[in-house]
Design a protein around this ligand. Structure first.
Ligand SMILES: C[S@@+](CC[C@H](N)C(=O)[O-])C[C@H]1O[C@@H](n2cnc3c(N)ncnc32)[C@H](O)[C@@H]1O
Length: 271
């Protein structure tokens, strides 16, 4: 999950979802003039600058932050400009003092499901905001990928490498009512005008290679490089067993498509 080059080539789903959510929610945001913006878990920076930035009015500054130094270095090299920069922050850790109350609008795409300490992360987001500032946060709820991880973690072949599997499963994957749980947590922290939506989504990969690349790009397990291909083959085997692969017969060739039906959580709140 540290390989920015690989992530950049395989984040079509993440980019599409960031774009669709911003199209739906950007007009709800009461944009401040010359605002300061933060994107939490910016990764390689391509969503910050290639998607989010297109929805922003004129800004004083846009800061992307990520726990991964490698991602931040890549993003700074590729996308920094006079008002765009990237910095290392762990959103479940201690916030740098100079960042408290510094931002008018906070965003986060495909990051918060990586964090078990949800209340700490959401409190930090609240503390990053200026009074009246708001946040739009998009992260995974239920996702078949997490079931495949769990099945692989029970096999003799992969149990050693996937022993901490539940660290990497969204805290909302098994949750009965994520909207209620997140709304309650955000209100407790002090957010107002809270809106949380649990949205069913679907994405179709047009080849097994595309699935493998996407899985490899977000793989959180420390599997040695020489075992990657075998791991991805076994991953596809489980996807096949779960009957997620459709054979499409058109006039030209036999091709396949792989469906991922999942749920995205979109949370909005104001300080
Ligand atoms: C799937 S990527 C999403 C990147 C980008 N937002 C996008 O939509 O393409 C998730 C990112 O969250 C970062 N991340 C994970 N835990 C984090 C934490 N505690 N604080 C900040 N960033 C974190 C990872 O390093 C990774 O770059």
């Amino acid at each position: 999950m540290n390989d920015a080059e690989l992530y950049q080539k395989s984040n079509t789903l993440q980019k599409r979802d960031a774009f669709e959510c911003l199209e739906e929610y950007a007009q709800k945001i009461k944009w401040k003039k010359d605002a300061s913006i933060i994107d939490i878990g910016c990764g390689d920076g391509s969503v910050t600058t290639g998607v989010l930035k297109n929805f922003l009015p004129r800004c004083k500054k846009v800061v992307g932050c990520d726990i991964s130094e490698k991602m931040v270095q890549f993003a700074n090299r590729k996308y920094s400009s006079h008002n765009v920069s990237f910095t290392v922050i762990d959103i479940k850790g201690d916030l740098p003092d100079q960042m408290r109350g510094e931002f008018h609008h906070a965003f986060s795409f495909y990051t918060l499901h990586w964090i078990k300490q949800q209340e700490i992360a959401f409190t930090n987001i609240y503390n990053l905001l200026d009074d009246g500032g708001d946040c739009l946060l998009i992260f995974l709820g239920h996702m078949p990928l997490f079931d495949v991880y769990r099945i692989l973690a029970r096999t003799n072949r992969w149990s050693y490498w996937l022993k901490d599997v539940d660290k990497f499963v969204s805290p909302y994957h098994d949750c009965q009512d994520p909207e209620k749980e997140i709304r309650r947590m955000m209100c407790k922290i002090g957010f107002v005008n809270v809106e949380v939506q649990y949205k069913p989504k679907s994405f179709v990969y047009d080849s097994l290679e595309a699935v493998k690349k996407a899985v490899k790009a977000v793989n959180p397990f420390k599997i040695p490089e020489e075992l990657h291909e075998e791991f991805l083959e076994d991953y596809i085997g489980i996807v096949r067993d779960m009957q997620l692969i459709d054979k499409v017969n058109n006039n030209f060739e036999n091709s396949i498509s792989i469906r991922a039906n999942y749920n995205l959580i979109v949370a909005y709140g104001k300080k």
